[in-house]
Design a binder for this molecule. Sequence first.
Ligand SMILES: CC(=O)N[C@@H](Cc1ccc2ccccc2c1)C(=O)O
Ligand SMILES: [Mg+2]
Length: 368
Amino acid sequence: MKLAGIELRRVRMPLVAPFRTSFGTQTDRDVLLLRAVTDEAEGWGECVAMDDPLYSSEYVEAVADVLRRFLVPALAAHAPADATAVAPALHPFKGHRMAKAALETAILDAELRAAGRPLSRELGAVHDRVPCGVSVGIMDSRAKLLDTVDGYLSEGYVRIKLKIEPGWDLAPVRAVRERFGDDVLLQVDANTAYTRADADLLAALDPFDLLLIEQPLDEEDIVGHADLSARVRTPICLDESITSARAAADAIRLGACRIVNIKPGRVGGYLEARRIHDLCAAHGVPVWCGGMLETGLGRAANVALAALPGFTLPGDTSASSRYFRTDLTEPFVLDEGHLAVPTGPGIGVDPLPEVLAEITTSIEWLPL
Ligand SMILES: CC(=O)N[C@@H](Cc1ccc2ccccc2c1)C(=O)O
Ligand SMILES: [Mg+2]
């Protein structure tokens, strides 16, 4: 397969409702899409980076810059025959895992489409549909929160995740438990909003029988999470801290987490995501697929990954309608709380041309 070039395409999509987390409120998605053009097929990679470096150090403008000046020229020099050669070619450049993930995914998609192989098969999927959870933002009131959770449960979501931050934690969790009972699968995500001094407060969540507490502390505080794990009964799950298979291995070894949220965009791509899945499975650590408000392109690839055997907890692979009135692809629609794994070659979905044209804000061609 010969790579002719990479198209950087920025698209803007409004969210159906503001999404508030401990690091800010999002009202729309400004997404960088990569289209890899080869002599045999083309492939899509969706970058998960936000507009601002609030979830991680990466942000969309920086991703475009590092692709333009370093990562795409490096591929020109290495002329990778397939996606497995991409990470080694990019290794000299430190970090920028979200940029690397989008580039590798676009090339992997092109390669698999040319070969007629679905991504799910390539990764080792064992299911043809996956159970879906939903991430619920911080709200202005408990009443609004309860209405929102009620709506999602009615839609069929099998797990509820509440965003929390200091001042919005025990009360919303208690309200959801009191209203919907103890059988609802419930977890929380702090996006690093707490400190080691909050151990007693986080331990106060134990009576609510949560599935997990996601990333309570700073992404670099592995030891703090290990100390917390010894004081809090609820399993600690890491998200922002798990940037690679090595980071996952170290966190597990140090007892910093008992569950891992795998996000291919955060760890450098689907091949590294599979390595993390395999490593966690070897340690008996359950994993689930996180979400970064992807369009249907990224959503399709995530659903394929979530079908691997070690993904034993429902992920944030929600339906398209959780975030978008109109998705970039045919919408992903919840069916009895599940999403079907795409069966077509590569990621198995394509942008709808008229939607793509409508939401595109810029196009840049990077020849190899
Ligand atoms: C579904 C979910 O909670 N995702 C992230 C947080 C998050 C929140 C908002 C975002 C906005 C734009 C891009 C990425 C974003 C990620 C998480 O698990 O921590
Ligand atoms: Mg998270």
